[in-house]
Design a protein around this ligand. Structure first.
Ligand SMILES: [Zn+2]
Length: 500
């Protein structure tokens, strides 16, 4: 998730006067590969690529109850594959869905729960092909079937309704709701951190439970539904005189539910690639073709990140532009809002860095979202320094100077007020911490360890203790006082704690 431009409650005037988030994209020269362009999705009936057999073992995880948002997500269920078949009618604003969830029972229980908003009506539930007894109250879908730890099951939920976003646990000004959002014209976008996937499908909506996805979306032509992963087919059909377009997307590496995206609108498709060969798809509203000139910087940004964090971790990459005012690192398909700042190179870079720090390796608990944002803010600052006109040392000093105020306002980055999700404390304070370690170790050693952290924990959700252990083992330094002071301390840590 991007850092909100401006101060988000910072009272120190001028503190962010040279903040790294100034939009400055349109003047950047670009020399990436020539863009291909097509004004319509691939031809009807022609699969873009072969669908693959999902590797369910990749998605086995250890679900947990969240320490900050315990009412969302349920540790009885280890979701492996969400197969979602969705129809969207923009005029009536009706979503009709069949969700087929393949899951592993994570423990013995007489009944298990998923999250599903009460704006959606459940029409039927089957477990392993048999009708199942269920109750749907508030956002809890309870299935009254006993399950035994380790067994695999297939749950099918048929549902429909008019989804609406849910209140977000935050005081940020750039978003107050999460989940399925509909524009006046019936277009759709979803941003759902820290939760809110349950506003449009039944889900174990907590980040420790990563799963694979296979999402099929049917919308009126010429609109297109865009989701995570690889576009495996686009088909046109007609029903009761209405032309429809059905796209199928397959995500072959597991994602936490907050990283899942669905965007529906009148999209044109373009593409380019990084020098290293990462192909990037751009889904841009047909009425905003000039937006591509801003977003194509993603190709060079990927090269810049790969030089530091290693190869792009997934098999596909795309960006989709929506009517939101924010930006979100949805896995393999970054969701961007439509304003000049959100489309700027630093924000595009920020969401791309999250593909490594946040998506490839995700926090198992929302108290550790600083693991995503601290490293990403440091990378963003270094990127902006490389682009010129920006003194990273001065910037880090400013962030250090504001740290106490952030701790006072939001709490420590690893022990924040859950009603203030996404506060500035989870961004700037851990960025300063990582920068102190970078200066101690030097760039070469620092980034080598930053890369081995990712490869050691590929496709998993992690805890802060795992991160602390990794950095201590790889540096040979005593870092517990340093990490504890930065992540859970109530005062800005003094310098010189590394190795103490
Ligand atoms: Zn972020």
């Amino acid at each position: 998730m991007r850092r909100l431009r401006g101060t988000a409650g910072l009272a120190v005037a001028g503190l962010l006067a040279v903040a790294p988030l100034a939009a400055c994209t349109s003047s950047q020269s670009s020399s990436e590969a020539p863009a291909s362009s097509s004004s319509a999705p691939p031809a009807s009936g022609a699969p873009a690529v072969e669908a693959v057999e999902p590797d369910l073992a990749l998605a086995e995880s250890t679900p947990r109850e969240d320490s900050l948002y315990p009412s969302v997500g349920h540790p009885d269920v280890d979701a492996l594959l969400y197969d979602l078949d969705l129809d969207w009618a923009p005029t009536s604003r009706t979503l009709t869905g069949t969700a087929t969830l393949t899951f592993r029972a994570a423990r013995d229980t007489r009944a298990f729960r998923l999250d599903l908003a009460d704006a959606l009506d459940v029409e039927s539930v089957t477990l392993d092909g048999e009708d199942a007894s269920y109750a749907h109250r508030s956002k809890d879908l309870v299935v009254r079937s006993p399950i035994t730890e380790g067994d695999r099951h297939e749950l099918v939920v048929e549902y429909s309704g008019s989804p609406r976003p849910e209140p977000a646990p935050t005081t940020r000004s750039d978003f107050s709701e999460v989940g399925f959002t509909v524009t006046e014209r019936g277009e759709v976008w979803t941003m759902q951190e820290p939760y809110g996937a349950y506003s449009w499908y039944p889900v174990n909506d907590q980040p420790s439970d990563k799963a694979l996805y296979d999402i099929t979306v049917t919308v009126p032509s010429p609109w297109t539904g865009v989701a995570n992963g690889r576009l495996v087919s686009t088909e046109n059909s007609s029903q009761e005189g209405e032309d429809l377009t059905t796209t199928r997307w397959q995500l072959d590496e597991p994602a936490s539910s907050y990283l899942v995206t669905l965007a529906i609108g009148d999209y044109a498709h373009r593409s380019n690639s990084s020098t290293s060969g990462v192909g990037i798809d751009y889904w841009i509203p047909r009425g905003l073709p000039m937006a591509y000139d801003d977003l194509k910087v993603a190709a060079k940004a990927v090269d810049w990140i790969e030089q530091r964090l290693g190869p792009y971790p997934f098999s596909t990459l795309g960006l989709v532009l929506t009517d939101s005012q924010s930006a979100m690192e949805t896995q393999t398909m970054v969701t961007l809002g439509n304003n000049e700042y959100v489309r700027s190179a630093p924000v595009v870079l920020h969401e791309l860095v999250h593909q490594w720090y946040g998506d490839q390796v995700s926090p198992a608990d929302w108290s550790d979202v600083w693991l995503n944002e601290g490293m990403t803010m440091l990378m963003q600052a270094l990127y902006e320094a490389d682009r010129g006109g920006y003194d990273v040392e001065a910037q880090i000093s400013q962030w250090r100077a504001q740290d106490q105020q952030l701790r006072d306002q939001y709490g420590p980055p690893g022990d924040y007020d859950p009603r203030q999700f996404g506060g500035s404390n989870i961004y700037y304070s851990p960025a300063v911490m990582w920068d102190e370690l970078r200066r101690e170790l030097g760039d070469e050693a620092f980034f080598e360890i930053a890369r081995s952290w990712l490869t050691d924990h590929d496709n998993s959700s992690v805890t802060r203790q795992q991160a602390f252990d990794h950095w201590e083992a790889e540096t040979g330094l005593e870092l517990s006082a340093f990490f504890d002071a930065w992540i859970t301390g109530s005062r800005t840590p003094p310098k010189g704690l590394i190795g103490s």
